[in-house]
Write a protein that binds this ligand. Structure first.
Ligand code: GLY
Length: 352
């Protein structure tokens, strides 16, 4: 996989440098209607032709083939070439879809990601996964092709509401658990009640490096990249369940709740330390509240887990678990009984 440069700091001078170095024949910017309104003015001095600004509708529902076609159409009718550069300005939806559009248009042009959400900066913009939802399935069609660079400016995150900040922070909690004690302790000690934006870049850098190191070893998720799915098997089931009930929850919240159950499974099956389990559960419980479930929902949640992309089609549900901080155990087989027990643990922990 190509090397992906991550820059965290003052956005505009770095972007200018990148654009000059690249010597693009033309520049295009992809935004959604929110980032067009709220963030695009930070790039005014790039003097991008107004007709090269592409806007799609915000929201995961619009991460679809129609929006993708509209981006290809725009690039095509405005003379984009293989030496054009596409700048994706937005959250995960924009960087995923824009990355896929750039990777496929004329068999691939370079692109830069400027994530405007914490979740996007920690996860979607980094590591090269691009794609769209298709046939009712999330990220069903796409390619792995990293952006030239990822430019992160925490000024964008100041405008996020606290819930969206926490949603991104959940992936940082995950990165702490799958890496080492130092990263974990920094995550644990960051004050979420009064966010220190001068400290955040250091924490972000450390956290993104966790992902980059893993992706460098296994870009196509044949093995250790599955570490990044910790908390997601049960987390995705919670997320889908909440959506089905008409009460959608932010991705990071679902992952945080999923981590409670998966840490329990890690303790039970892999000897994960009980004190660290308690630390993590307290952090999640105090900040993320709870998704209300009863034991009547267990069968449905189990059924949702059978669709997880990590499974190998033989009926088993495969988890990424932890034997300790940074001791990642991928493809761990977990029985239905153990999963139900972990859901009991989740409910007890969050006081349901
Ligand atoms: N979102 C997990 C990954 O990029 O592998």
């Amino acid at each position: 996989m190509n090397k992906q440069t991550i820059y965290i700091g003052n956005l505009f001078p770095q972007l200018l440098k990148e654009v000059e170095n690249y010597r693009a024949e033309s520049l295009f910017i992809l935004t959604d209607n929110n980032t067009n309104r709220l963030c695009l003015n930070h790039l005014n001095d790039l003097n991008i032709l107004p007709e090269n600004i592409i806007e799609i509708k915000a929201g995961d529902d619009n991460k679809n083939v129609e929006a993708l076609t509209s981006v290809w159409q725009h690039l095509s009718s405005h003379g984009a070439t293989r030496k054009s550069l596409l700048i994706n300005l937005g959250g995960g939806m924009v960087t995923d879809l824009g990355g896929f559009a750039a990777s496929t248009f004329k068999r691939g042009l370079e692109y830069i990601n400027i994530p405007t959400t914490l979740l996007g900066a920690i996860d979607a913009a980094v590591g090269g996964k691009t794609g769209i939802n298709f046939n009712g399935l999330k990220n069903e069609v796409g390619v792995i092709n990293p952006s030239q660079s990822v430019l992160i400016d925490v000024q964008f995150f100041r405008t996020l509401d606290h819930e969206n900040f926490l949603s991104g922070y959940a992936e940082m909690i995950k990165h702490g658990l799958i890496s080492n004690e130092k990263v974990w302790n920094n995550i644990l000690n960051f004050n979420l009640d009064s966010i220190d934006y001068t400290l955040l870049p250091k924490l972000l850098k450390e956290s993104i490096e966790v992902k980059q190191e893993i992706v460098k070893i296994d870009p196509t998720e044949k093995g250790i990249r599955k570490a990044l799915n910790f908390g997601h098997t049960i987390g995705h089931a919670f997320e889908s369940y909440a959506l089905e009930c008409g009460q959608p929850k932010l991705h990071g919240y679902a992952v945080a709740w999923g981590m409670i159950s998966e840490l329990y499974l890690s303790y039970k099956k892999c000897g994960f330390d009980k004190d660290i389990l308690r630390q993590a559960v307290t952090l999640i419980k105090e900040n993320y509240g709870a998704l209300e479930i009863t034991c009547k929902e267990y069968d449905l949640l189990y059924e949702l887990m059978t669709h997880d992309k990590k499974n190998e089609g033989d009926g088993r549900i495969l988890f990424t678990l932890l034997g300790g901080i940074g001791d990642v155990r991928i493809n761990t087989d977990v029985t239905k009984k153990e999963i139900f027990e972990s859901l009991d643990y989740y409910r007890d922990s969050v006081g349901l």
